[in-house]
Design a protein around this ligand. Structure first.
Ligand SMILES: CSC[C@H]1O[C@H](OP(=O)(O)O)[C@H](O)[C@@H]1O
Length: 357
């Protein structure tokens, strides 16, 4: 049963109860900003659907949701027999891997859940399930800590009074808490360095208009919403001194996949001499791929484009191209703000050095 509640401080998602009878609770982000609805996920298909339909979204938040989804799946065929729990976990993680292809955090989290089970010596079903919930909780807690550290390092780059442009939503809603790109802004604000944010609405699903503007308003950060096609003009008018965005998967050389439109913003920033930063935790790096050409780009339902805003906005049968992400080459990125420090210049060597730190 959905819960309607506008709490002063919200929790994007989290576990409620114990490992045997508890469940995942998450804000249904498709209902924001007009409705604050939380949904309780008690089976794996509900978690899968929540990820697929962006009820929960944002690379780190998807990873956290997948971790808890693995716990729900592991107990789905009974808890008593340990072999049954192991088999159910494997089926659940394999299924959750099919929900969305681009955010590497999904696969990173599910790998962690599978590895936690493999590293747990034979015991019994309840003990294994408790261990799995512990791992899912650790993924969430680590993400909270990484976001605050990203905020700390990122805020050092911010000057009071700057105009900062961001694209899509890389706020608390995209993570376990506090965000990545928005963490930079929240942390700067907490240090008394107030900035003005220009938020791209981010078609077709409007994460910027619906979610970033909502988050910033709630925290008292001045925000101006712009259409995606206005970014060049606000840069030309010298309203923007910095761009900070999130990421869904960063290759070993620093090429970064993020919401569609990010690559264009990076090109505009370059053309206007504006620093362009990516903020992402180490769990968003995929060092198994050399460059961005290997990042799978999700293709989404054409109706997201033709039936946005609650009405049909294109002729029936029109051909639609709807990639959900694009890849910004490392040479357009001034620095990558991680929980371990700022990677700059951005290249395979500096990435290895900072992530190893
Ligand atoms: C902090 S990662 C946020 C990242 O995820 C978003 O994609 P989606 O809304 O489709 O999950 C977007 O690329 C954000 O930058």
């Amino acid at each position: 049963m959905p819960r309607r509640e506008e709490s002063a401080s919200y929790r994007t998602l989290g576990w409620v109860g114990d490992e045997q009878t508890g469940h995942l609770r998450l804000i249904d982000q498709t209902r924001l900003p007009t409705e604050f609805i939380e949904i309780d996920c008690r089976d794996v298909p509900t978690v899968w659907e929540a990820i697929k339909l962006l009820r929960v979204r944002g690379a780190p938040a998807i990873g956290v949701a997948a971790g808890y989804g693995a716990v729900i799946g592991a107990r789905s065929q009974g808890v008593k027999d340990e072999g049954t729990v192991r088999k159910a976990l494997a089926e659940a993680t394999a299924y959750l891997r099919t929900s969305r292809p681009t955010a590497v955090n999904l696969f990173w989290a599910l790998d962690r859940m599978d590895a936690a089970a493999a590293a747990t010596p034979p015991s019994n079903g309840p003990a294994l399930l408790k261990r799995l919930l512990h791992e899912a909780d650790a993924i969430a807690e680590e993400d909270r800590a990484m976001c605050r550290s990203i905020g700390k390092f990122g805020a050092e780059l911010v000057q009071a009074g700057e105009g900062i442009l961001t694209h899509c939503n890389a706020g608390g809603l995209a993570t376990a808490d506090y965000g990545t790109a928005l963490a930079v802004i929240f942390s700067a604000q907490e240090q008394g360095k107030h900035v003005h944010v220009f938020a791209d609405e981010t078609r077709p699903l409007l994460q910027g208009a619906r979610l970033t503007a909502w988050e910033l308003q709630r925290r008292g950060v001045p925000v101006t919403l712009i259409c995606d096609n206005m970014a060049a003009q606000v840069m030309k008018e010298r309203k923007i001194q910095k761009v900070v965005v999130g990421a869904d998967r960063i290759a070993a050389n620093g090429d970064a996949a993020n919401k569609i439109g990010t690559y264009g913003v990076a090109l505009l920033a370059k053309a206007h001499g504006i620093p362009f930063y990516v903020a992402a935790p180490s769990s968003t790096f995929d060092l198994s791929i050399a460059d961005g050409s290997a990042i799978p780009i999700e293709q989404r339902d054409p109706q997201e484009v033709t039936h946005g805003f609650g009405r049909q906005t294109a002729p029936a049968g029109v051909s639609v191209y709807n990639p959900a992400f694009d890849v910004t080459p490392a040479e357009l990125i001034s620095g990558i703000i991680t929980e371990k420090g700022v990677i700059r210049p951005v290249n395979a060597g500096t990435i290895r050095e900072v992530l190893a730190g």
